[in-house]
Design a protein around this ligand. Structure first.
Ligand SMILES: *[C@@H]1O[C@H](CO)[C@@H](O)[C@H](O)[C@H]1NC(C)=O
Ligand SMILES: *[C@@H]1O[C@H](CO)[C@@H](O)[C@H](O)[C@H]1NC(C)=O
Ligand SMILES: *[C@@H]1O[C@H](CO)[C@@H](O)[C@H](O)[C@H]1NC(C)=O
Ligand SMILES: *[C@@H]1O[C@H](CO)[C@@H](O)[C@H](O)[C@H]1NC(C)=O
Ligand SMILES: *[C@@H]1O[C@H](CO)[C@@H](O)[C@H](O)[C@H]1NC(C)=O
Length: 645
């Protein structure tokens, strides 16, 4: 080994291994202690699972430059254990690399490994395969749930143990469960079991904590012996009163707000949430003036790529963007809120000097003409690798061993329907949206809580195709056992529809392998208000001679209605401009290439603007997340009320 190589090796070694330290709660002096010194954290939430790996460093540096000394992240179980015992921890899922980066940049880490995380993430981070046991009681002592949790934590916690502050890593505290006091089960044995489990893997020295709403009611079921109780609350309220709730559970020790809301989440069909910078700055200043510890949730929200968004009850799925009106935008851009927060922090701690990494440049690649490819029904052989399953009654996604995306349910009309006959889901069992066609002509849409019936006509024996979309599992409250697909029988008139052929669809695989072909010539489209769910493809070349391309961009689908969009096989997420408020989808530069044409694939579920004439998608430099929404909601969304718990 040359001297140089030796030197490099030593450097790398020193780089990745910090000095072991101590971190503890000082009950006498109402503070944390780090290496014996009084310590207070000012932290921000960043979910590595919502940001492409290539951007982790940029976002963490921006957080560091804002004056934060820590970051907080969840670890979503379902992101890492796709099926029992099959773990993924590489690429965008490389949580160890994320922890290492945080440490290298000079940020401590507050880790929230669940098992349940909420987080507006599919099923609150719990893997859908837990529902293989139909009546499982999630987040409780249910033995099947516990067995799965033990196996997962047995994999995860030993992996993160070297990253504990005590072992020379960045992790100062570890949260157990999440807002458990808001869950109906109130199972102390479950929380005791988790405590023992975390201790057995991580040791006795690490500070374990819980987080609950800032109300004595929440802390009742959420806090437990040996876990330091903290609270969460947003700006604009009475900070003293909120911390009084924490004091009820923890008479002594540091004050901690584990989720101070810098913004708020969105739902399809509801107005974009905005929280004023002035309110955030004012409350943050109050919190810091009390000497309290705080985590800003979110500091950067990021994106629900693919199918990862969750939903609230009554069923209201969240959109693809998780911008959150946070101080760093979805794309990591510096905002007015970022600088306002930095000014507040500056009044309470010395913040680093030097340049703040700039907002990343965006590029408008322009208009891309799209061509119709196959319909979903025409492409079943390509899309359904495993072939169909037959059954008298419909089966759920989980029964069909599918977690996300779309399943096609096919049956035949048992009788002539010469006049419009209602095809219905009397038990509201379409989870979540179904695109119904009869003999290749669209008949309408069924939607959970909104449309339980469509009229169909056709001869006996006509083929009925029902493409069912999973729009994201409920992530909060008592309804997280959210089965997808046709979860109850459909009726035609007074009769139950029988004899189903069910196609699990591997759409992502088919798209990324470029398997979808052009549409075969058919009869001119029948007059229908909607078209059949179908794929559309187009491509664009990134221009030569402009430095630093590819750059980030936003895709916009004007006049398209609802669907899913991929670029070069990467699933960007759902678009639904006809409902809003999100109009553009964030396209990170790392999925684009200058080496070949970039391929855009769209699955349009309702109606593409392609016939007559040409249709296109558009790349722009400006995000639009706040379009006005038609307030066609029958229910008034009352999120986070007692009824939903
Ligand atoms: C805030 O709450 C505290 C404690 O409950 C109370 O003493 C105080 O009057 C409240 N302040 C305001 C402005 O309402
Ligand atoms: C179905 O057709 C009947 C009779 O034409 C009509 O009254 C009813 O509103 C229709 N239902 C739907 C869901 O369109
Ligand atoms: C459909 O109805 C049959 C007969 O009543 C019942 O056995 C079956 O469980 C139902 N299926 C679903 C998915 O509800
Ligand atoms: C896009 O598709 C074309 C045709 O299949 C292929 O040649 C090209 O490599 C693809 N581009 C990328 C970036 O995968
Ligand atoms: C959307 O946000 C932009 C940028 O903040 C703002 O200029 C615009 O007025 C907003 N539009 C609506 C409909 O709220």
């Amino acid at each position: 080994m040359s001297l140089l190589r030796f030197g490099v090796t030593l450097l790398l070694f020193a780089y990745s291994l910090g000095e072991p330290g101590t971190f503890s709660v000082d009950y006498e002096n109402d503070c944390f202690r780090k290496d014996g010194e009084v310590f207070r954290y000012i932290s921000g939430s960043i979910h590595y699972n919502r940001i492409p790996r290539v951007y982790w460093k940029d976002r963490l540096l921006k957080m560091y430059m804002a004056g934060l000394n820590a970051v907080q992240t969840y670890i979503p179980w379902n992101y890492h254990e796709e099926s029992p015992g099959r773990y993924s921890f590489s690429g965008d899922q490389d949580v160890e690399y994320f922890l290492q980066l945080a440490q290298d940049i000079g940020l401590l880490v507050i880790l929230r490994p669940g098992p349940y995380i909420c987080g507006e993430w599919d099923m609150g981070g719990l893997p859908a395969w837990l529902l293989n046991k139909k009546d499982i009681v999630l987040r409780s002592s249910d033995p099947d749930y516990i067995t799965a949790v033990d196996a997962w934590m047995g994999k995860l916690l030993p992996m993160i143990k070297p990253y504990l502050y005590q072992n020379g890593g960045p992790i100062i505290t570890v949260q157990v469960e999440n807002e458990y006091g808001s869950y109906f089960a109130c199972d102390y044995n479950y929380m005791r079991h988790l405590t023992k489990l975390f201790r057995s893997h991580l040791g006795d020295d690490v500070v374990l904590f819980t987080t609950d709403g800032a109300g004595v009611g929440f802390l009742k079921c959420g806090s437990i012996q040996d876990l330091y109780a903290t609270v969460d609350f947003g700006p604009g309220g009475n900070v003293t009163a909120a911390f009084d709730a924490q004091r009820h559970a923890e008479p002594r020790g540091p004050l901690v707000n584990s989720e101070f809301y810098t913004g708020w989440l969105d739902h399809w069909g509801s107005r974009h949430s905005v929280v004023s910078t002035t309110r955030v700055a004012k409350s943050l200043n109050e919190i810091l003036s009390m000497g309290a510890n705080v985590n800003l949730y979110m500091f950067i929200g990021g994106t629900n790529f693919g199918y990862w968004n969750g939903a609230n009850t009554p069923f209201a799925p969240q959109p693809t963007s998780y911008d959150y009106d946070a101080p760093l935008s979805e794309a990591g851009d510096l905002t007015e809120k970022y600088f306002a927060i930095r000014e507040v922090i500056k009044m309470h701690r010395k913040i680093p000097e030097g340049p703040i990494p700039p907002t990343t440049p965006k590029f408008a690649y322009g208009t891309v003409v799209m061509k119709q490819l196959q319909t979903v029904s025409d492409a079943l052989e390509i899309l359904s690798f495993s072939g169909p399953v037959k059954g008298m009654y419909p089966q759920t996604f989980i029964e069909l061993s599918q977690a996300f995306g779309y399943v096609l349910y096919r049956t035949r009309l048992p009788v002539d329907c010469n006049t419009p006959t209602p095809l219905s889901s009397p038990l509201n069992g379409v989870h979540d949206r179904a695109y119904v066609s009869v003999d290749g002509v669209s008949a309408g849409i069924l939607e959970r809580n909104r449309a339980i019936s469509v009229n169909v006509t056709g001869k006996s024996g006509s083929q009925v195709d029902i493409l069912v979309e999973n729009m994201g599992r409920i992530n909060y409250g008592k309804s997280i056992n959210d089965f997808k697909g046709l979860v109850s029988n459909l009726t035609l008139g007074a009769d139950t529809l029988l004899g189903w052929t069910m196609y699990s669809l591997s759409i992502d695989e088919a798209v990324s392998q470029g398997l979808l072909g052009e549409t075969k010539p058919t009869a001119p489209p029948a007059p229908a208000a909607l078209s059949l769910p179908a794929f559309y493809g187009g491509s664009f070349i990134i221009p030569d001679g402009i430095p630093d391309l590819p750059q980030d961009t936003y895709i916009k689908l004007p006049q398209w209605r609802k669907g899913q969009v991929w670029i070069n096989g990467f699933n960007l997420g759902r678009y639904w401009p006809s409902r809003g408020p999100q109009i553009t989808l964030f396209v990170p530069a790392n999925i684009l290439t200058t080496a070949a044409p970039n391929n855009v694939t769209v699955l349009e579920l309702e109606e593409a603007p392609c016939s007559p004439g040409t249709c296109s998608v558009e790349f722009t430099t400006t995000p639009v997340l706040n379009a006005t929404v038609q307030s066609d909601l029958k229910q008034h969304w009352r999120l986070f009320t007692v009824d939903d718990l």
